[in-house]
Design a protein around this ligand. Sequence first.
Ligand SMILES: Cc1cc2nc3c(=O)[nH]c(=O)nc-3n(C[C@H](O)[C@H](O)[C@H](O)COP(=O)(O)OP(=O)(O)OC[C@H]3O[C@@H](n4cnc5c(N)ncnc54)[C@H](O)[C@@H]3O)c2cc1C
Length: 490
Amino acid sequence: MKRILYVGFDQLNSKYGALKDSDPKSDLIVLVESTRMVTGSNWNKVRLYFLISSAHHFANELTDSGFKVIYKKAATTVDGLSEVKKKHADLPIIAATPNSFRLSKALADFGVTFVENDFFLTPKDLFNTWADSQKSYLMENFYRGQRVRLNILVEGGKPVGGAWNFDKENRSPLPKGYKFPPYLEHKPDEIDIEVAKQLGIKPNTTWATSQVGAKKVLKNFLDNHFKNFGPYEDAMTTDNWALHHSLLSPYLNNGLLHPSEVVDAALKRFEKGDIPIQSAEGFIRQIIGWREYVNGMYWYLGQDYKELNHLNGNRKLLPLFTDPEKTKMNCIKTTVSDINQRGWVSHIPRLMLLSNLALITGTNPQQFLQWMREVFIDAADWVMVPNVIGMGVHADNGVMMTKPYAAGGAYISKMSNYCKGCFYDPKLRTGETACPFTTLYWDFLDRNAQQFKGNHRMAQQLFGINRLKDMPEVRHRAKAVLAGLDSGLI
Ligand SMILES: Cc1cc2nc3c(=O)[nH]c(=O)nc-3n(C[C@H](O)[C@H](O)[C@H](O)COP(=O)(O)OP(=O)(O)OC[C@H]3O[C@@H](n4cnc5c(N)ncnc54)[C@H](O)[C@@H]3O)c2cc1C
């Protein structure tokens, strides 16, 4: 053996990273399941099931293709590598650059040599050059550059379909009685059953845990959901937990699928001619735009970014986040229950329900971030930090987003069926049955009016407060709502 190749649980792909030029004759492969990763926080067990079972499947596949693989359980990744190193002191350890500041430092300090992390489509230097040249880091500007650079949905320098972005056509609520295709289920195998047993849960049928399974998810999306992805991208419903979303983030983030593979398959499907441009463009934008932008910003903004708390949110995490029984709000109860069950909800409940609630209640951004990290199947530092600190709760004073995503019950009512039969009325801002989102939306704007005064994109929202004759009553009700949320009674 000539080298030890360390493969992280988020780099499970033999065509990329450390394994790209690997050879069973000379390379010993090491995966480490760290106690830190399993018991270090209050992790959602579905998340652990997915990550651990995927790693076991991947290790077995490597073994089947002739590699010697060590799957080590240890307190930390470095402890695991130290143990391996004891027996192979003369071998260098090679890894693809990790996806977080923390692990990059830990492995570098341990003497690991890094090769390029090519699990993304945008090299860090390229992103940094783009960011350095910008006054404000608008995703849209980055995205248009990506379309041209990667030559995707571009013809003769112009965007296919006549526009760079069809976002305005991607905001339809679902029509009444809308029917969805059946969910794709994954039959657990022996590895899944064993991992689930060790975690004390039932094997999960929602998530695939192998590359073959991940490819089936991609195919299912392209065959059954791609066409309608665009128009209903922002919709929410109690009738279907997945809507037309691809459910690909777990596999993109643990390496089982590579973004280039997903983009190529989507473009090939689009070429057949029956996928509307607003769906094709909308989906491509998520992968080559948002995903790459968020990763680029994570590294560009640095380690201290996750500690920002510009709006001085100091409320403790609300009990409803950890226990859906602590609220009568139908939207939050459903969303938190869905997360507990599957570790997933789409970007709109993440942004417009969970983050919005944390924002307008003045919840501490770091406590909220930690909770989001623990519960989502696709969570990782690089993707949660910018999405929560920047996009979700505006704790960075607008470095990423020019205005906070604050909204009242009217938005939720328009985009979902949650409000039907809910104890609270989205139209009311005062009184016992006023929707907490509606009351707190106005109270948030009122509380932070000075803060947002200079932001022209907030002018219309702030102007709205002046038209409210009952602002004193709203403030009064907001106090009661916040106290009720703190004690889990709203
Ligand atoms: C507050 C907040 C927290 C989020 N946390 C995460 C997270 O921890 N992990 C994660 O992968 N995504 C996160 N997202 C982005 C997005 O919600 C998920 O990627 C998406 O819901 C995953 O489901 P899907 O694969 O069906 O996505 P689709 O709607 O089908 O989109 C396709 C793909 O686009 C990518 N994508 C879209 N938006 C983003 C984005 N804002 N950031 C990064 N990738 C994006 C994902 O890879 C996703 O799989 C977050 C968004 C918000 C607003």
